[in-house]
Design a protein around this ligand. Structure first.
Ligand SMILES: [Ca+2]
Ligand SMILES: [Ca+2]
Length: 510
């Protein structure tokens, strides 16, 4: 036995178990669709404590609730054809999905905060992803189901709900994930619109029935009891509450007249209920099953979340790109010194076009965005040729700098554009502190600098499938007022400058 285990470990160390999708057959530990010696070795690895995690529903071949060499042997027997391959039921997978989700309680404990400004890209299809509570639910769902495709069901009852499903509740405003299912209630996890995480809250059967929709990633659609509670539709009426063909129009779930009633009166409910009533896809969800149509964010919060996520992807993935910044100085007024100072000031404010090349694998020309919806005057997002085009107008902002204090509460400081303590070539947004620092470095004394920015407009194009940024343009007007500037014998009571800056990122490499 020892030899077998050693051999198993040697082989396993070479193998990388990369498959994410879930198994369909008992014994298929690595979810590659085959039941063979690799799976037997994976069981042994778990049995001797090298692997800490295994899908017990798949691994426990003899259903004795232990995972050991007997299971490994049973897998080998299937592998050589002595035993039949056996499918794993979705229901028996529940425990596995539960363990995957509950494992995240350590990372996101009760009362902790999920960053609602992050747009989470979901692997289930139907929806590209979401910000806020939807993003949190999508993240949990992926943790359990990997990249399994989702199906959307409407008009659901508690009987349709399984562990790991996403429920959209509270009048289509809140997404939660199901942890446990009982006859009269379910236990859920989710976060509030402010991102506060709550585990193990209850939802009654009525709450579930009023859900806008359910997103499930099980292989099969929910089983319907044929006549739950024995109701036989005595009144002979039309299949109340029942067949609206939830989930699209192919009669998912096998046409058992969902709702369970048998309609002995012989009326309505034609034998094969393909979408009775002819209602096309009531929820408007396009074609669940082949569902890759990106959903366009509509609320400011969602659009800002998508913006932040795309900027942060550029920074964190260290994408390559070209940056071009053009600044036009429109007005300089330094009293009697205007003429003499003009060229120096223009140079100092970075007039002209500066080109940069941020090589792939580096991150020099952009920083993470922490924009909030309160930073935004208006935000729109449209989908064109599978690209999101986001246009955001930021609130005007102002910054001040004196010898003892430097403040800048401008929205533009949070959008990803670079600023700094001195004016350097890569700085895109020059604020008071920046100017102050640069003047100080030149031994020029000033009492106070005030700088304002306005008409801040950002247009970002994002690949809707990958989330990769395609192009980025930011433009803004800015002005600076310098009070009581002095250098050697020259004293200027007030100097002002106005400028317009445009920053463009293009030619992304991922
Ligand atoms: Ca396998
Ligand atoms: Ca066993």
């Amino acid at each position: 036995m020892k030899k077998i285990v050693a051999f198993a470990l040697a082989v396993i160390l070479i193998l990388s178990l990369s498959a994410v999708s879930f198994a369909k057959y008992k014994g298929d530990i690595n979810s590659d669709g085959l039941v063979n010696s690799s799976d037997a070795l994976a069981v042994l690895k778990y049995a001797v404590g090298i692997d800490k995690e295994i899908n017990k529903a798949v691994a426990d071949m003899n259903a004795d609730e232990k995972i050991n060499s007997s299971d490994a042997l049973a897998i080998l027997q299937v592998s050589v054809g002595i035993k039949e391959k056996e499918e794993v039921s979705d229901e028996s997978m529940s425990e596995h999905y539960y363990s995957k989700i509950i494992a995240l309680k350590e990372k996101y404990p009760e009362g902790s905060t999920w960053k609602t400004t992050t747009f989470y890209y979901w692997k289930g299809g139907i929806y590209t992803g979401g910000g806020g509570c939807a993003g949190f639910a999508f993240m949990l769902s992926d943790a359990a189901f990997g990249d399994a495709p989702a199906t959307k069901l409407e008009n659901i009852t508690i009987d349709d709900v399984r562990v790991g499903d996403i429920l959209r509740i509270n009048n289509d405003t809140l997404s939660v994930v199901v942890l446990e299912v009982y006859d009269d209630h379910v236990v859920i996890v989710g976060c509030t619109s402010k991102g506060e995480v709550h585990w193990e809250r209850k939802l009654t059967a009525d709450n579930v029935a009023s859900a806008t929709y359910l997103l499930t990633r099980y292989d099969t659609l929910p089983d319907k009891d044929e006549t739950p509670g024995g109701n036989e539709n005595p009144g002979g009426n039309e299949n109340p509450g029942g067949n609206e063909n939830p989930g699209g129009n192919e009669n998912p779930g096998g046409n058992e007249n969902p709702g369970g009633n048998e309609n002995p009166g012989g009326n309505e409910n034609p034998g094969e209920n393909e979408n009775p009533g002819g209602n096309e896809n009531p929820g408007g969800n396009e074609n669940p099953g082949e569902n890759d149509t990106p959903v366009v964010p509509t609320t400011t919060e969602e659009i800002v979340a998508l913006y932040n996520t795309s900027v942060n992807k550029v920074v964190n993935d260290k994408a390559g790109y070209k940056k071009e910044r053009t600044t036009t100085v429109s007005k300089i007024d330094a009293g009697a010194y205007t003429g003499a100072a003009s060229d120096i000031v223009k140079d100092f404010l970075g007039e002209g076009t500066n080109k940069f090349n941020n090589a792939k694998g580096t991150s020099n020309c952009f920083k993470e965005s922490t924009l909030a919806s309160t930073d935004v005057k208006s935000a729109t997002c449209e989908l064109k040729d599978n690209q999101y085009i986001i246009t955001i107008n930021l609130n005007d902002g102002s910054s001040t700098a004196t010898g003892s204090s430097k403040t800048d509460g401008s929205a533009i400081t949070r959008c990803g554009l670079l600023t700094g303590k001195t004016v350097t070539t890569d700085v895109d947004y020059i604020n008071s502190e920046c100017i102050y620092g640069s003047l100080a470095a030149e031994k020029i004394k000033v009492e106070k600098i005030t700088a304002d920015n306005s008409n801040v407009r950002i247009v970002v194009v994002i690949d809707a499938t990958t989330g990769n940024m395609v192009s980025y343009t930011a433009s803004f007007d800015w002005s600076a007022v310098i009070n009581n500037l002095s250098v050697s014998l020259i004293k200027v009571k007030k100097a002002t400058g106005n400028a317009y800056t445009e920053v463009k990122l293009s030619d992304f490499e991922w």
